[in-house]
Design a protein around this ligand. Structure first.
Ligand code: COA
Length: 181
């Protein structure tokens, strides 16, 4: 079975650019557990055709995405202030989820639906999360990304993340490992 190279990346939270202002009709929507359904919809649209969906097939369906979200809510400590949805008018178009692990802010999932990419949404969400981690006095931010995901890699490197390690992932067959970290 093919395995996929993934990079672990880290940011020391020392130099963080300003968060760009989102202009209407884009708006920030803070995380609330009532948002599981809209979030699963944004997640599926953002990830369904990506390399990550080959590794974590839960990303392909709304119900699979709901399982990922529920898993995170039950097993991990969500950082509320750095978990956001972005709406364009009434349409959910982007999201970021962060969790706390050992004084580290883990960017667990980040996605923008195809029609809304290259508008600076991912950059704005990531920078906002990095500032929250710094204000919380966390030691660093970390994430994992597929080596073939050049768009995400470029984004992370431009914002100051550095590769700190590598790992190989084989596609997950069942729900035993639901999400990325
Ligand atoms: C990766 C992803 C989140 C980027 O979202 P986005 O909102 O389009 O990114 P932004 O507009 O904020 O881009 C910021 C910078 O990232 C880099 N970037 C983003 N998309 C890129 C692409 N397709 N190719 C190369 N660089 C890219 C660029 O440096 C860009 O700056 P620029 O537009 O000034 O050149 C989006 O493509 C996505 O959701 N992909 C599928 C899900 C995914 O892979 N999530 C990450 C999992 S680790």
């Amino acid at each position: 079975m093919k395995s996929y190279l993934r990079y672990r990346m880290s940011h020391d939270l020392n130099e963080i650019a300003e968060v760009p202002i989102l202009s209407p009709p884009f708006s920030w929507v803070p995380w609330h557990e009532n948002w599981i359904v809209p979030l699963s919809d944004i997640m599926m649209k953002s990830f369904a055709d990506t390399i990550d969906a080959k590794i974590f097939p839960n990303f392909i369906t709304r119900s699979g995405c709901q399982k990922i979200i529920t898993y995170l809510l039950e097993r991990k400590q969500i950082i509320q202030q750095s978990t956001w949805l972005i709406f364009h008018r009434q349409e959910g178009c982007a999201f970021i989820q962060s969790v706390l692990e050992n004084q580290t802010g883990m960017i667990q999932n980040l996605g923008v639906t195809p029609n809304f990419r290259r508008n600076g949404l991912a950059k704005a969400m990531l920078l906002r999360s990095l500032w929250v981690f710094r204000i919380m006095n966390l030691a660093r931010a970390e994430l994992e990304v597929s080596a073939e995901n050049s768009a995400a890699l470029d984004l992370y490197e431009r914002l100051g993340f550095q590769i700190t390690g590598t790992t190989f992932r084989t596609p997950v067959k069942d729900d035993s490992l639901l999400c990325q970290n």
